[in-house]
Structure formats: structure tokens, C-alpha cells
Design a protein around this ligand. Sequence first.
Ligand code: GSH
Length: 210
Amino acid sequence: MASRPVLWTSAFTSGLTAHLAAAEAGADYEIRFISLRKGEHQGAEFRAVNPKAQVPALQLGPGGRVITEVPAIVTYIARTHPAAGLLPDEPEEQAGTLEWVAWVHWWTASALQPFFAPRRFHPDEAGVKQAATARLREAYAHAEASLEGKEWIAGGPQRTLADLALFFLASAHRPLGVALGEFPRLAAHQARVAALPGVQAALRREREQG
Ligand SMILES: N[C@@H](CCC(=O)N[C@@H](CS)C(=O)NCC(=O)O)C(=O)O
């Protein structure tokens, strides 16, 4: 039997969006967690998969292609599991969905990365973290305004990749010390996504990693 694709990730990192997408798609993947804290992403085994030494990475088969970068991974998952409806086929709707995925990717790099690895940006660790938190509030304010009159962020009738990506970004409110209650539509969206069956299963597995 051919081996299953392997999604390499680390609990509650930007790999979460990929894990949620795989779970909502019902993808038959092995989810392999590694520990960033223990430096496992720097080890030879993972570097052979992704020389960039970052999670997530989707390994399609032994010696096969490895897809990296969250937007590419989740697009691949959605395209290979069309029945899950994670990415609309209609070009405008598809662009509108990917726009949110790209937006979250950008905020991950410009707010979350500086918060969690401040010294990569500047020796003034406290200053970098403060700026990152302020930036994240800007992102949340934009999402809050965009959610007016909408259940799902891309505006369609059902959840898409855009909602899973936004869920990841909004889940950073705790470590960054932002009260989600300040953004009531975003908080309601977060609860809506958390109630999806695939998301619930994936979150349970992430929590089990400790
Ligand atoms: N652009 C990459 C960023 C992924 C990323 O930043 N991964 C972090 C975890 S959130 C990581 O592996 N960090 C380890 C490191 O950079 O040393 C993507 O979207 O996949």
C-alpha cells in the first residue's frame, strides 16, 4: 500500500491552518508533530524534508514533492478535496478566498513572527513585542469591520480556507494579550469555526501535544 502524505507541523504554530484544512477536507494524511522548542525543525530528518527548517511542510510521498508555505499547502489540500468546498471554483470567489489566506500569511510574518522571535528583528525585545501587538490589533480591527453582516469572512454561504486562516490569526490573541471581546464579530467567528467538526478534531490533536 502506498504511504500516505505526511503533514509535518508543530502544535499551535502557523501549521495550524494546514492541519485544520486537512481535517475539514477529510484528507487521509499522517499528521506528524515536531517540537520547535526541542529544535526538531533543525534536525537532519526534518531538514531533509524542508531545508528552510520551518513548519508546516506537506510531503506527498517518500522521495516525492514537498509543498511548503501555508497558502500553497492549503490550496493544494482544497484543490485535491473539492467536495469539501474549502475553495470556491468560481474565479472571483476563489480570488476573494485566497486574498484572505494571503492576508493572514502577511500578518503572520509582520506581527506574529516579530512577537515570537523578537531578537530576529531588533535587540529591543520589549519594543518589538509591543509593536507586534499593536499591529495585530490593526489586523483584528480590519477583520472585525469585514465581518459585518457575514457569517464567513470571504462572504460565501459556507466556511472556506479563509475562515481557517483567520481562525489561526485570531487564536494568537491569547499569547499576545489582546482581549478578543474588543472584537465581538471576530470572537463570534472564532466560536463558529471552533465548532466545525474537523476543526474540533484537529484542535484536540494539537492540545494532546501538550
Ligand atoms: N512562510 C512560512 C512560515 C512558517 C513559519 O514561520 N513557521 C514557524 C512556526 S510558526 C517555524 O517553523 N519557525 C521555526 C523557525 O523559523 O526557526 C509558511 O507560511 O509556511
